[in-house]
Design a protein around this ligand. Structure first.
Ligand code: HEM
Length: 461
């Protein structure tokens, strides 16, 4: 310990207990806690979680200096025997170290999600599913959160497995329940260190195998639609598709998991913001009315993007306002490093403290308020710039274009068609945002079509 102390120097440490350190101090979700700690300790602080050390990065400056500019050594992941080796056969890309295996999976995902034709593959599904989304909001407004879930999931299901998802889809419900549990395992700084959920063993594999079997059945009957899974299973198109069966299942599972709940939660947050801060929603609507008509002439579409910069700003502000991965996803340092008088040992974990970054008044004046106008600047067209909600460095979200577009089209159509009103008896707590439940409404909100004409427009589609 003495030798360790003399060789290394870490940012201020939060006092903890012997052996377990701060393991019991970090709540889940930890956004508000992380923000409070950042106010107390400054740009960086250190926690001891079990046998691991985690440095929380609380300012854009230090996140950029370390995770972006030194990404070559700050891009690994902590070893997670339970979540990775046991529950994922070692093949889950999100949890892989900075290795060749990670590079090859990331390349495959990048080609699906961001390649030249990627947008043209996703857009037809996004435009189809958003029609179902507004239909669901019109007919079952109290179930808006499950409609968001179905929309996000159906877009990615269509691209990967060539099938749509329905509300109450049994297979989908199983997947999403696992995602919820797995999400806690992944994104809770304490749970991911302890890696304690032994009951998760092997769970995701049979579920995805079931989906693959159903697809194979459709292929043999000649009813399968072209999709990424058939290309990957048949392995015909590219040599890098030469993967083990477990790796293939884990690619499907990763895309489904990483691609569904994220967009869903962002859309839910946008709804909360529209109800809690109606002024910006009125401005967004005025922009939409100019293009699509005051009297519900047509739904917005991706062709309107150039003319609707305000909606892009709405998406960025949604991601910035309350990042739902509240304390970031830890990156692991692969070699000793020196920074501004500190000496970090290899193996230290670093996380971008998402809530603290988003609520930093220096970067975002009146940060608790939802105000898209803060993003109407030269960086508007770069989905990653100006916020940290897609992560950063080499591990930055590989699905950011799809995620951004999902939220864009959902925001445009929902704001054009509906009024969102807070329930004055049950105001929305916009700071403690535990809004990811699929079992019950995340908050009280009144959702009504703007007019009969808007309701008719939705019914026509
Ligand atoms: C609003 C939507 C989304 C948000 C906010 C989001 C956020 C994130 C974050 C914070 C990370 C971790 C970054 C880091 O470690 O620094 C991540 C990683 C990832 N995301 Fe997303 N995501 C979204 C949508 C998607 C979509 C639609 C997909 C795919 C269909 C996707 C696939 C992935 C994958 C595969 C990774 C792992 C990257 C790696 O470890 O190298 N995400 N995402």
């Amino acid at each position: 310990r003495l030798q360790f102390n003399s060789k290394y120097r870490l940012p201020p440490e939060i006092p903890g207990w012997p052996i377990i350190g701060n393991t019991l101090d970090v709540p889940f979700p930890g956004g508000v806690w992380g923000h409070e700690m950042a106010k107390k300790y400054g740009e960086m602080f250190t926690c001891r979680l079990g046998g691991k050390t985690m440095v929380f990065l609380n300012s854009a400056r230090v996140v950029s200096d370390l995770l972006e500019k030194r990404a070559a050594i700050y891009s690994s992941r902590p070893y997670r025997p339970m979540a990775q080796d046991i529950a994922s056969g070692g093949a889950r890309m999100l949890l892989m170290g900075h290795s060749d295996r990670w590079r090859s999976q990331r390349k495959i995902m990048h080609s699906i999600l961001n390649g030249q034709q990627a947008e043209s593959k996703f857009i037809p599904f996004e435009e189809l599913e958003v029609r179902q989304l507004v239909w669901d909001y019109l007919h079952t407004p109290d179930q808006f959160y499950t409609a968001n879930q179905r929309f996000s999931n159906s877009v990615i299901m269509s691209v990967i497995f060539g099938r749509r998802a329905q509300l109450g889809d049994e297979q989908l419900t199983k997947m999403l329940n696992i995602m919820m549990e797995f999400g806690q395992l992944l994104f809770s700084p304490t749970k991911n260190i302890c890696d304690l959920f032994t009951w998760l063993t092997y769970l995701p594999k049979p579920i995805y195998q079931h989906e693959v079997d159903a697809l194979s059945d459709r292929v043999s009957k000649g009813t399968a639609k072209p999709c990424f899974a058939t290309a990957l299973i048949e392995g015909t198109s590219k040599k890098e598709f030469n993967l083990t069966e477990t790796e293939k299942l884990m690619i499907f599972s990763t895309l489904l998991e990483a691609g569904s709940d994220t967009s869903r939660t962002a859309i839910t947050q946008m709804v909360a913001a529209a109800a809690a801060f109606p002024e910006w929603a009125a401005t967004a609507r005025a922009h939409l009315d100019e293009l699509c008509g005051h009297n519900a002439e047509r739904l917005p579409s991706f062709e309107d993007r150039e003319k609707l910069p305000y909606i892009a700003a709405v998406v960025k502000e949604t991601l910035r306002w309350r990042p739902f991965i509240q304390t970031g996803v830890p990156h692991q340092l692969t070699q000793d490093d020196v920074y501004e008088g500190y000496r970090f040992p290899a193996g230290t974990m670093f996380t971008w403290n998402a809530y603290a970054l988003s609520l930093n008044e220096g970067d975002y004046p009146d940060a608790v308020r939802f105000n898209p106008e803060r993003f109407l600047n030269d960086d508007l067209k770069s989905p990653l710039k100006g916020h940290w909600s897609f992560g950063t460095g080499r591990r930055v979200c590989v699905g950011y274009n799809v995620g951004f577009n999902n939220v864009w089209i959902a925001a445009a159509c929902l704001l054009y068609c509906f009024d969102f009103e807070e329930d004055t008896e049950n105001p929305i707590d916009t700071l403690n945002t535990i809004w990811d439940s699929v079992e019950k409404p995340p908050f009280a909100v009144k959702i009504k079509p703007r007019s009969q004409a808007h309701a008719e427009l939705i019914k026509q589609k």
